[in-house]
Design a protein around this ligand. Structure first.
Ligand code: NAG
Ligand code: NAG
Length: 409
């Protein structure tokens, strides 16, 4: 009798082991039993839940005291359609720094210098698209320091760069990008620079012929394989050198996508700060306590974006989810990290985000940023079919004109 049970038991154990080993082998890469992507992230995303991670206290506690008169520089990585232009404008118009940026009415770019005439903010609204239109992590990492070395000649010997960025719900972001392109924007001027050269047209063909893609339908938009809107946040935050840049021959698709997601997560962990578009107050709370710089007026949560008014069918949403799984994993990771950082900060400070705004932070009265900007304006500078702001770059000492190249040869 005992023996029979033993045999049955062993048999069950063998079956379980077999499945564990089978799962282990078939789940390398991002494919698992034929399901692309990490299903737990996508499932949680669909249910509006988060996958819990265990972060170290080093990951959660990132306070630093910036000395902008010294070596510290803020580098803003601005991803398309993440509410980044609004945030970028807050950085130049609304930060409590001394001296404040000098801005002129009607001029998009401000002059942000320290008392010693050093650039302390690297962003489109301060220095312009110095590293190319909407430069990504890979481009910034190879361009920011050489640029500063030129303009700091005779001044600062070295700098400490503090990267910051904003993330957004990837489904909303994708729809927003489609709408933006539908209205005639292209970002064709992006260089897509990596490993010392720009991506070629063979590597990343344009999705449209002629000037732009104005009027593009949703199905055309999602059917263009080389559309950079897919998983844009992952591509822009990951180290593209790790996957041979835009050259996709010779690297397994799953491995490529897995490597990029992992790299984007690693880099994001290394950022001094990132915010979440959907969480303006918490983002502000975290920014102010992490970097020790306050905004003058509180950031506003905007709900009436173009996307909010868009009619999205279930099929459309499902298609966007299916084609943006890297971004969904990245965003789910980022959001969990973000909320844990906020909770950790609240616990250490002894007050909540709400209490911070209602009791502790100086009450400013009204909010002044009433500018009703549309999603179109949100990324205006991008130009339509052209190089956007690149042409309006100022010339800093030691700099011989801005790079104008497109990824178009
Ligand atoms: C990006 O990845 C490449 C290849 O793994 C590595 O050599 C390089 O140092 C990385 N870049 C940065 C800025 O870390
Ligand atoms: C792309 O990568 C493959 C394999 O690594 C290589 O043979 C090919 O020359 C590369 N193409 C370009 C344009 O660099």
């Amino acid at each position: 009798m005992n023996r029979t049970w033993f045999l049955v038991f062993s048999f069950l154990v063998a079956i379980v082991l077999f499945f564990i080993i089978f799962a282990f082998y078939s789940c390398t890469g991002t494919t698992c039993f034929g399901v692309v992507g990490k299903p737990e992230y996508v499932n949680a995303f669909i249910k509006g839940q988060l996958v819990k991670h265990s972060f170290t206290s080093h990951d959660l506690q990132r306070e630093r005291t910036l000395n902008l008169e010294g070596k510290d520089v803020i580098v803003y990585l601005h991803m398309q359609k993440t509410g980044g232009a609004t945030f970028g404008r807050h950085l130049v118009h609304n930060l409590d720094v001394d001296p404040p940026c000098k801005c002129m009415k009607g001029v998009k770019k401000c002059v942000c210098l320290t008392k010693n005439n050093q650039v302390w903010l690297f962003s489109r609204h301060s220095v312009g698209w110095v590293c190319g239109l909407h430069a990504d992590w890979t481009e910034l990492k190879s361009c920011v320091d050489p640029w500063f070395q030129r303009i700091d000649k005779g001044g600062r010997k070295d700098r400490r760069y503090h990267y910051i960025t904003m993330l957004r719900d990837p489904v909303k972001r994708f729809f927003s990008e489609w709408q933006h392109v539908n209205r005639g924007a292209t970002w064709a001027g992006a260089r897509l620079h990596c490993n010392g050269r720009d991506a070629t047209l063979e590597e990343v063909p344009f999705c449209f012929h002629g000037e732009d893609w104005e009027g593009v339908t949703f199905s055309e938009f999602v059917n263009c394989k080389s559309n950079l809107a897919f998983n844009r946040m992952t591509r822009m935050l990951g180290n593209l050198s790790r996957v041979n840049c835009y050259n996709t021959t010779g690297l397994d698709e799953d491995l490529r996508s897995k490597t990029m997601v992992e790299s984007a997560k690693e880099n994001l962990l290394d950022f001094a700060f990132f915010g979440i578009l959907e969480e303006q107050s918490k983002s502000q709370f975290l920014f102010e306590h992490t970097l020790g710089i306050r905004f003058i007026n509180a950031l506003e949560q905007r709900e009436n974006t173009h996307v909010a008014k868009l009619k999205m069918t279930k099929e459309m949403v499902n298609l966007v989810i299916r084609t943006n799984q890297q971004d969904i994993e990245l965003y789910q990771f980022a959001k969990d990290l973000f909320y844990q950082r906020v909770a950790n900060m609240e616990k250490r400070l002894g007050y909540s985000v709400q209490e911070y705004f209602h009791l502790y932070r100086d009450h400013q009265g009204g909010l002044n940023s009433r500018e009703e900007e549309s999603d179109l304006e949100d990324d205006s500078g991008m130009g339509h079919g052209g190089g956007g702001d690149e042409k309006k770059l100022p010339h800093y000492p030691g700099e011989s004109g801005a790079s104008q190249s497109n990824h178009s040869q």
